[in-house]
Design a binder for this molecule. Structure first.
Ligand code: F6P
Length: 319
């Protein structure tokens, strides 16, 4: 049974190990693997090619995705989804592994309601904002990239007695900011999920400064859109010379960590096994309390991810 693998939406470290495992595992099973290049746009444009061991040699340690990705606007239109299906049909492909976020899963679900096609989603996004799973491919690597950056920023912040505001990615989700703040001992953390108490934070900071604190690290999730407000407040209200660092897309790059490589392998094997078992329902591979499982696509895309309250409780916030 020919199967294909595709990346969709923002890339994340771990995609390449998943792509490699997909090819190696399908050959092991005596089946034929295909690549869909360029994500959903490539599906529409027929960029579907057989994959060989040679294609995946030496890619395990690389960030990004050798088969590339895209955010497709055309896929919202029925005619393009039909074209995409017909492209798959030319190769007799009836099952697809999709590395992406819930937007990509929603798009694929729409297509599989219209045409006889099964897919299994592997949650892949540094944002960790997908309902039903504790983690996503790419999150661990992104957290380590952020940790590395924060350790370096702390060096210069403490040497110069400055405040640093560091903006991290995550769209509307504060997960990257929360975990980074906890593990880097940041003094301030702002996330979309929690209101920031300016008054209490000011009192705490002023007291700490009176007791000798000479630098401040503030982590701000991009979804709050408050990076420059906090910088202004630290400079003018708290009275500390302040600098802003927006980490940006470096958070999406880098060699996948051991955890992300293992996660990629485990998820891909499960996704392939499910598609080869010829059941008709579309699923998403999830991890809950350290255990792997499969969930129905409806449950994933119709619910909103929320940060574990216990994690928020661990945040050493100043309010
Ligand atoms: O979803 C991953 C992500 O990196 C978000 O954290 C960020 O807001 C967005 O993608 C950036 O998108 P783009 O790469 O299109 O600028």
């Amino acid at each position: 049974m020919p199967l294909a693998i595709m990346c969709s939406g923002g890339d994340a470290p771990g995609m390449n190990p998943a792509i490699k495992k997909f090819v190696d595992y399908l050959y092991e099973k005596g089946e034929k693997p295909y690549f869909v290049y360029n994500g959903l746009d490539g599906l529409i444009d027929g960029k579907i090619h057989p994959a060989t061991h040679k294609d995946v040699g030496g890619i395990l340690h690389r960030g990004g995705a050798i088969i590339r990705s895209s955010r497709s606007k055309r896929f919202y239109e029925y005619e393009y989804r039909k074209q995409a299906y017909e492209n798959l049909k030319k190769h007799d492909i009836t099952g697809l592994v999709v590395l992406g976020g819930d937007g990509s899963f929603r798009a694929m679900e729409k297509m599989s309601q219209e045409f006889p096609l099964n897919f299994v989603g592997i949650p892949t996004t540094i944002d960790n904002d997908i309902y039903g799973t504790d983690t996503c491919l790419g999150v661990d690597t992104a957290l380590n990239v952020i940790r590395d950056a924060l350790d370096k920023i702390r060096d210069t912040a403490s040497t110069f007695s400055r405040a640093f505001v560091v903006e991290v990615m995550g769209r509307e989700c504060g997960y990257l900011a929360v975990v980074s703040a906890i593990t880097s001992g940041a003094e301030i953390c702002l996330v979309p999920e929690v209101d920031f108490n300016w008054h209490v934070a000011r009192e705490h900071l002023k007291r700490e400064i009176r007791h000798g604190r000479n630098y401040v690290l503030a982590i701000v999730a991009e979804g709050t859109k408050m990076t420059f407000d906090i910088a202004d407040w630290l400079e003018n209200d708290i009275g500390m010379e302040t600098r802003v660092t927006v980490l940006g897309h470096i958070q999406r790059g880098g060699s996948p960590t051991v955890n992300d490589r293992m996660l990629a392998f485990e998820c891909t094997i499960r996704a392939v096994d499910h598609l080869l078992s010829a059941t008709s329902s579309n699923k998403v591979v999830v991890v809950e309390n350290g255990n792997f499982g499969m969930k129905e696509i409806d449950e994933i895309v119709n619910n909103k991810y929320q940060i574990d309250p216990e994690l928020l409780g661990m945040l050493n916030r100043l309010d």
